[in-house]
Design a protein around this ligand. Structure first.
Ligand code: COA
Length: 267
């Protein structure tokens, strides 16, 4: 086993006190956090562990060093010896990212540098994208003679529209933060030095919401996106029904009516 494979490539900081917020750092900085199988496996394991811990409601995902994630590991892609093994590689990445997208955890992607290829695909699977001013995103796979395989050809268009997605997938060009914001790819852009504090403050704001409402809100939007409107509305009503009967829903509405701040307990 090489020195690299024995080192952890995903670092998790668990919540302190009752914050409800954990931080996940992709940490393979010598390769700009490129996603090899080890990183994908560790990310999947980290997500499982975080989901199992009821203290955690929100995660902030970022990259160690100067990149968020500079893509899937090109060395591993080069070694794929058949269409079948490449398809399996694609499915493996997709499965980890889909797990993040459908997780009960709300994720804030703090994009601190290059988010290219699999890095942008990871960011697209997250719920909110906060970008540092100097960060760049893009799907450069076309330049390698391949295409995105971890969800990029599907999730990008759903976020920014088919025309923009085609442009970025076909050209492979890198997009600076200001343009990413205009495209709706980034929710907000902040000076590099403020990325971490802003992500923390978003996370704290979300973690203070009624926990079941937070999950229901994510599930309603995520689970309804690809449905016909009537079906999506039925899904929304189901999610609304599930959350409106909670003690926190009674607390939130009562607090409003009595002009006091709510105190949510998660029940
Ligand atoms: N897979 C494997 N290794 C990668 C990588 C990737 N996706 N992206 C970067 N690295 C490695 C480089 O090979 C280099 O390793 P070395 O120091 O052993 O030579 C190290 O990370 C630093 O990268 P480097 O290219 O020297 O940094 P840079 O600042 O000059 O350029 C990028 C940064 C992001 C523009 C450039 O690394 C790049 O184009 N990466 C590939 C992006 C890509 O095509 N992603 C999609 C993959 S499917």
């Amino acid at each position: 086993m090489s020195a690299e494979t024995s080192e952890k490539t995903v670092a998790v900081e668990w919540p302190t006190g009752g914050s409800g917020v954990a931080r996940v750092a992709i940490s393979r900085p010598q390769a700009l956090n490129a996603l090899n199988r080890q990183v994908l496996d560790e990310l999947a394991a980290a997500l499982s562990a975080l989901e199992e811990d009821v203290r955690v409601r929100v995660i902030v995902v970022t990259g160690a060093g100067r990149a968020f994630v500079a893509g899937a590991d090109i060395g591993e892609i080069a070694a794929l010896s058949s269409g079948a093994s490449a398809e399996a590689f694609s499915r493996a990445g997709q499965s980890v990212f889909s797990r993040l997208a459908s997780s009960r955890l709300v994720s804030i992607m703090a994009i601190n540098g290059y988010a290219l290829g699999g890095g942008l695909e990871l960011a697209l699977a997250g719920d909110l994208r906060l970008m540092a001013e100097s960060a760049k995103v893009g799907l450069p796979e076309i330049g390698l003679g391949i295409i995105p395989g971890f969800g990029g050809t599907q999730r990008l268009g759903r976020l920014v529209g088919e025309g923009r997605a085609l442009e970025l997938v076909l050209t492979g060009r890198q997009v600076a933060a200001a343009e990413a914001l205009r495209l709706g790819l980034a929710n907000q852009v902040v000076p590099d030095a403020e990325l971490s504090a802003t992500a923390d403050s978003w996370a704290a704001e979300l973690a203070a919401k009624a926990p079941q409402a937070l999950v229901a809100a994510k599930r309603a939007v995520r689970g309804g996106w690809d449905r016909e409107l009537a079906d999506g509305l039925a899904w929304e009503a189901q999610c609304f029904g599930g959350v409106a009967a909670t003690a926190d829903a009674r607390e939130g509405t009562d607090a409003f009516l009595h002009k006091r701040p709510p105190h949510f307990t998660g029940h």
